[in-house]
Design a protein. Structure first.
Length: 231
């Protein structure tokens, strides 16, 4: 989808969502008003704004498809066809984001549009995701909404199919402890009952593999109500 098609798509989804899922229509209306004065050429140059919009459009289409099914049983059957990480996103966190107040939404929308979002860990997260997806019985999903609003870089599931919300940061971050406290509070605010706060040392040539192993192990074994900081 090109930038010039985004606004038309948002308006179409709003009209589709209004009778089926009003909370989605309201949230999409907020986003539509946010981008309505941005010309397509300028939108194309704002790659993270565009990436977020494309992701939101895709998620909205999936959500409307599920909500349009004729019965709760058929909707549940649709969720069962998803991976555990997708099921947690579409079945819990995405609708929660639609229905609840997101106190960070205004802040990160403003930063995105101003070009102030520059993810320093993007390469690391891509590497982690690639390794996890190569392993059997695993699933992973990454969403800007989860990152910006829910302090979650990735939702990971391993053999036990229990999704785990993960945040990644560098060990040399002087605000690591403060970030950990804020991260835990954010997860609890969104009703996320367990999470993993991973710090890495970029000088360790094996750190990607270590992060992946720690993430998958804790997906299977971390108890509910725990927000683990490692190391």
């Amino acid at each position: 989808m090109q930038a010039q098609d985004i606004q038309d798509k948002l308006k179409y989804l709003i009209s589709e969502a209004t009778p089926i899922e009003p909370t989605l229509a309201i949230r999409l209306g907020e986003v539509d008003r946010w981008v309505k004065d941005v010309k397509p050429g300028a939108l194309t140059n704002k790659k993270f704004v565009l990436a977020f919009l494309l992701q939101l459009v895709s998620d909205s289409e999936v959500w409307l498809t599920v909500k349009s099914l004729p019965s709760e049983a058929s909707q549940q059957a649709a969720f069962e066809l998803m991976t555990p990480a997708e099921r947690y996103w579409y079945g819990y966190l995405f609708p929660k984001w639609l229905s609840e107040t997101d106190r960070k939404f205004y802040i990160w929308k403003k930063k995105l549009m101003a070009g102030k979002f520059n993810p320093g860990d993007e390469r690391i997260l891509r590497s982690i995701a690639a390794q996890i997806r190569q392993r059997a019985d695993t699933s992973l999903i990454q969403r800007y909404i989860a990152d910006f609003s829910m302090a979650t870089d990735s939702i990971v599931s391993n053999r036990q199919q229990q999704p785990l919300c993960i945040q990644v940061t560098t060990m040399n971050d002087e605000f690591s402890e403060q970030k950990y406290q804020q991260w835990q509070q954010t997860l609890q605010t969104w009703g996320i009952d367990r999470g993993l706060f991973l710090s890495y040392d970029g000088r360790d040539t094996n750190f990607i593999n270590q992060l992946v192993n720690i993430a998958l192990y804790n997906s299977d074994n971390l108890p509910a109500g725990r927000y683990l900081k490692f190391p």
